[in-house]
Design a protein around this ligand. Structure first.
Ligand SMILES: O=C(O)C(=O)C[C@]1(C(=O)O)C=C[C@@H](O)C=C1
Length: 381
């Protein structure tokens, strides 16, 4: 018969062992302090993957069964991860230059030049007007890439681009361009997207046979289109460009799905308002600049990084946010060119580059990920 040991007696034993673990952990961390001092002095990286792998191999071999071998690997992976975070904390505590320069507000010393995606009457134009809310000089560029290019060569101070829609998700091309160009996000703005069916001033709802719009807008209004059999949807460059086309063609059978703003801009009639079925339909826009700057009290950071193709690498990277108590608000991934089924991650989280917790997390991610970049620090809407 198995001898029953009193639970309290077992707990007392566990307490005794845990006390030793705590004391050993503290002793180990004290030594990590010396390691950090050495690394600060010599510029050696905190993460030494070879040393960690070797340690895990040796420690695992010391365990007597498979369960314990697995447990020891997990335990020491965590202990070394804590040791790294402790070292990053010591390193980032010193005075160093911020990756972006803090400014009081947008530069308003001269008339700002802003480049806006699309054509007049677009939702992007609305985002631009609402965000800057002041006297600006603006011009339009038809593609996302051209906006990036215009900012890069300094033809405009700021650019406005859509990045995400509540119904259709993130705009993949924008994420890729943020990596390709050395431009930075300095602001964001959200516009509620209310689609309307527009036609020529003399047109009636029954006259409309062809409906032009951006594929995303056609999708947002698919239920309306399905219930109006006499209308055939046709994909076009953008919502505002569809309105422009209807106005230019002067064909009473043509309609466009666009904003009421576009109707005013191209002198069209609003045949039906609010035809999108998702009522909370909104688009988030970003304001980009070439300058490596962020506005004082900015509270959201966007970064991107690549990860080694190995088990737990994303978990390990995200542990920097958890450890530093930072709130991650979004994660996106995009395929890495030339590396089948490998990804670059885009993460948004709340914080300001001057905060110690942010410095600590960014130092860790920068060291442990590949191709790390800060895409911007800005005010969250
Ligand atoms: O040995 C080092 O270089 C350390 O920084 C210590 C340590 C550890 O805690 O064991 C931590 C981080 C390195 O990746 C490897 C090992």
């Amino acid at each position: 018969m198995v001898k029953m040991i009193d639970l309290q007696q077992s707990r007392n034993e566990i307490d005794r062992i845990d006390k030793q673990i705590v004391s050993l952990f503290e002793e180990r961390m004290e030594i990590a302090k010396d390691v950090a001092a050495y690394k600060i002095k010599t510029g050696k990286k905190v993460l030494d993957k070879e040393r960690e792998n070797e340690k895990l191999r040796v420690l695992q071999a010391m365990a007597s069964n498979d369960f314990n071998k697995h447990g020891i690997t997990e335990l020491f992976t965590q202990i070394m991860s804590m040791s790294r975070k402790y070292q990053y904390g010591l390193m980032s505590a010193g005075e160093q230059e911020l990756p972006l320069k803090e400014i009081e507000s947008l530069h308003r010393d001269k008339k700002m030049k802003v480049v806006c995606f699309g054509v007049k009457g677009s939702y992007t134009e609305q985002a631009m007007e609402e965000y800057f809310n002041t006297d600006i000089e603006c011009f339009y560029a038809p593609t996302f890439k051209e906006i990036m290019e215009v900012i890069k060569i300094g033809e405009a101070d700021y650019g406005v681009l859509p990045i995400e829609n509540t119904s259709t998700g993130g705009i993949a091309d924008i994420y890729d361009l943020l990596v390709e160009y050395d431009n930075y996000i300095i602001g964001e703005h959200v516009v509620k997207v209310q689609q309307a069916l527009l036609g020529l001033p003399e047109a009636k709802l029954e006259d409309i046979k062809k409906v032009y719009s951006h594929p995303q807008a056609l999708m947002q209004c698919s239920k309306f289109l399905e219930s109006h059999h006499h209308m055939s949807p046709i994909e076009w460059l953008s919502t505002s460009d569809s309105a422009k086309k209807v106005q230019e063609d002067q064909d009473i059978t043509q309609g466009a799905i666009a904003s009421v703003r576009a109707a005013k801009c191209y002198k069209l009639k609003v045949l039906k308002e609010s035809i999108n079925h998702e009522n909370t339909n909104s688009t988030r826009f970003i304001i980009i600049t070439k300058k490596k700057e962020f506005i004082k009290n900015a509270n959201k950071i966007s970064i991107c990084f690549e990860l080694p193709h190995e088990s737990g690498s994303l978990y390990n990277m995200l542990s920097h946010f958890i450890y530093n108590n930072l709130n991650m608000t979004k994660i996106e991934s995009r395929p890495l060119e030339g590396h089948a089924f490998e990804y670059r991650f885009f993460v948004d989280f709340t914080g300001n580059l001057k905060e110690p917790s942010v410095k600590n997390a960014l130092l860790g991610i920068q060291e442990e990920a590949i191709g790390f970049r800060i895409l911007g620090n800005y005010h969250m809407v």
